[in-house]
Design a protein around this ligand. Sequence first.
Ligand SMILES: *Cc1c(COP(=O)(O)O)cnc(C)c1O
Length: 220
Amino acid sequence: MSIKAKIDKLRETVPAEVKIVAVSKFHPADMIREAYDDGQRIFGESRVQELVEKYEMLPADIEWHFIGNLQRNKVKNLAPFVSLIHSLDSDKLMREIEKHASANNRKIPCLLQIHIADEDTKSGFSPDECRQFLAGGTWRQHTHVQLAGVMGMATFTDDEGKIRREFRLLKSLFDEFKERYFLNDPAFREISMGMSDDFRIAVEEGSTMIRVGTLIFGTR
Ligand SMILES: *Cc1c(COP(=O)(O)O)cnc(C)c1O
């Protein structure tokens, strides 16, 4: 099946209001172009260098999302153009994004990445760390960082019940934060969850944005 056919099929599967981030990491620019020619405009990348190179080669109306672990010393390379950073998970990273967003006269939308899986990983707040981050309130002074929702990854497992419980936890954290801090802020609205293997469950559990790579572009 062509990239175009795979995207069309995916679009038929998910509700129209759920945004599809086409995860193009490790795939060449001509494959992105094929998806672009089918009307796809949101692409996700997980390495800064690769993202910058593709940004320079491809049409200017693409919305580039950064979905990987973000090193602070690389924020400056993304700041001029990135549309959404899915991986905000510390005060230090927020300060760095603030600095470079401000220097570029931009307000950069960011999602709070929360660690909902069982797997060991360094990235993402724990639910309690995220609560403390928001309660601390320093984010209010970072006016060039737009908190736009939450992001999480479920455990890599065949156990659908487990995946569903993890997505449910992320949705409930979103609801908690929305209620407590963002009721009057329409920009805080995204729940980025669901990948090639689990996006159906994620959509059932309230995802507003799925990040799909393999299903569109094939294996990496
Ligand atoms: C690679 C990646 C994806 C896409 O995964 P697929 O299984 O290829 O759909 C989604 N989210 C993140 C954070 C990723 O790193």
